[in-house]
Design a protein around this ligand. Structure first.
Ligand SMILES: Nc1ncnc2c1ncn2[C@@H]1O[C@H](COP(=O)(O)OP(=O)(O)O)[C@@H](O)[C@H]1O
Ligand SMILES: [Mg+2]
Length: 469
């Protein structure tokens, strides 16, 4: 709670800010990190019961920005209180977690928000993204770079990590420090250095949360880039190393969250090494429900002072068919741009128009192409099978058992490969299984794939196997 003397009793307006304590946390979380001790912070918000969360919530109501790019946090972060409560409990109880969920569902945002909230409560928070990593050493270098924030050459915990790390942490340039850290890692030493690093992170006087985002993309890349048995061995070695290192550490001192849009579970099942990740508690970030999506739309409309006719937010949700936060934000952004062309308000008819011309048109397609390349990255050779399934489900409404039998005639080792691809498409949130086959969850993805193939799609039953694939 805030100190009472910082709140005007009659109105509850916050009038001051102390030099340390919870008020400073509020400063950080309100984005006023430049505040110095003794500065007076005047908020116009009336606060009657001033817990940190309430104030942050009130502030969020005031200024949420449109965001269609990277992850969001702070004022731009909407809802997800249930997810944050569950994740926070899991992490505080010392569970390592595997966060999954379809692309653009808001996984990174939830994790970043969690990390920032924990940091405000005395935790260390390290975030790394393994998407660009090409080998194990890259991942360890990323973790080291994140840990560098809390390390100092005087810390005896980090002195155990050795000169590889200590020589680098005094480096002032971010770019050079990464290069230096990476240069000291080899195929022979990454395990040892990596483990020492995790031990040092765990030995701090504060508990630490380490996030390795998009780890499955890195593992998939390894699988694709080396020969079959070598690549399986490398994935197995990496996951075994992580499990062993974490099991040798008190999980109340260091908790790890691994996350990614491409399913880690289907990947380890396929390799027959599910036990390497069974210590991770799975947590799925799902879509917003209808009400939450509508509320988010209204919040954006309020803060952007966009006039919207009754029923617009509901029409947006119904058009999308599912509350993927990024799609809600993108739809809002496109409607906002549309009103810039001299309109004073958005009507329900505009929703349809903007969906057709903008979301499904060239601007939206760029975004959706990203989905395609992610899928291609994740599936390798089986991508062509996924394209067939997604095209059939888009243009025929459903991918039926009969289409599946026809598809089996077109590929080598088809039944197993098709089953795996379907697992991944379901796991990654593209399709859902119904009584008559597999259908899209998102109208936007369905319409996009339909637009892409319409005109040159040949139904599967009319195809002849032409070459071995
Ligand atoms: N809680 C949220 N509040 C508002 N927008 C969100 C939220 N979560 C996600 N978004 C939207 O989705 C986009 C992608 O979020 P991100 O966290 O990067 O998703 P993921 O990691 O699942 O791919 C953001 O740029 C933003 O537009
Ligand atoms: Mg992400």
């Amino acid at each position: 709670m805030l100190r009472d003397d910082l709140i005007t009793p009659a109105t509850g307006v916050i009038v001051g800010i102390g030099s340390k304590g919870p008020e400073q946390d509020i400063c950080c979380r309100l984005g006023t990190s430049t505040i110095s001790p003794g500065t007076t912070l005047l908020l116009t918000t009336i606060v009657t019961s001033a817990s940190i969360n309430e104030i942050v919530t009130l502030n969020k109501e005031m200024s949420m920005r449109i965001s269609t790019g990277r992850w969001v946090s702070g004022n731009d972060f909407f809802d997800r209180e249930n997810e944050l409560t569950i994740l926070s409990k899991l992490v505080r109880d010392g569970n390592h977690v595997l966060v999954t969920g379809q692309r653009r569902m808001g996984k990174t945002s939830v994790i970043q928000e969690l990390g920032q909230r924990l940091e405000a409560q005395g935790w260390n928070f390290f975030f790394t993204d393994a998407e660009a990593a090409t080998c194990e050493e890259d991942v360890i270098a990323d973790v080291a770079q994140a840990a560098q924030r809390i390390a100092s050459s005087k810390s005896h915990h980090f002195s155990k990590v050795g000169s590889w790390f200590l020589d680098c942490i005094e480096e002032v340039s971010v770019y050079r420090v990464r290069a230096k850290l990476r240069a000291g890692l080899t195929t022979g030493n990454w395990r040892r250095h990596g483990k020492e690093l995790l031990l040092a992170c765990a030995a701090q006087d504060k508990p630490s949360l380490l996030v390795i985002d998009e780890l499955p993309i890195f593992l998939k890349r390894m699988l694709r880039e080396s020969g079959e048995s070598e690549s399986k061995q490398r994935v197995e070695t990496f996951l075994s190393w992580l499990r062993q290192a974490l099991q040798s550490i008190n999980s109340r001192s260091l908790v790890v969250i691994v996350s990614g849009s491409i399913g880690l579970q289907p990947l380890v099942w396929r390799l027959g090494i599910s036990d390497r990740i069974n210590y991770l508690h799975p947590f799925r970030v799902g879509p917003w429900d209808r009400d939450t999506s509508i509320q988010c739309f209204h919040r954006l409309a309020e803060t952007c002072q966009l006039q919207v006719e009754d029923g617009v937010a509901a029409a947006v949700y119904d058009k999308l068919g599912i509350g993927i936060p990024h799609h809600v934000q993108s739809f809002f952004a496109r409607l906002y741009e549309y009103t810039m062309l001299g309109r004073d308000r958005v009507t329900v008819e505009d929703v349809d128009l903007v969906y057709q011309n903008s979301l499904l048109g060239p601007p939206g397609q760029m975004d959706l192409r990203h989905y395609e390349s992610r899928l291609e990255d994740g599936l390798g050779d089986d991508y062509t099978i996924a394209v067939e399934i997604l095209a059939a489900a888009a243009l025929e409404d459903v991918f039926t058992p009969s289409s599946r039998r026809h598809l089996e005639k077109l590929f080598n080792d088809a039944p197993g490969r098709i089953a795996e691809v379907i697992d991944i498409l379901v796991h990654d949130g593209y399709l859902t299984e119904g009584a008559d086959g597999y259908r899209y969850l998102s109208h936007l993805l369905k319409d996009w794939w339909a637009a892409r193939f319409r005109g040159h799609y040949i139904p599967l039953e009319n195809r002849r196997p032409n070459s071995e694939q």
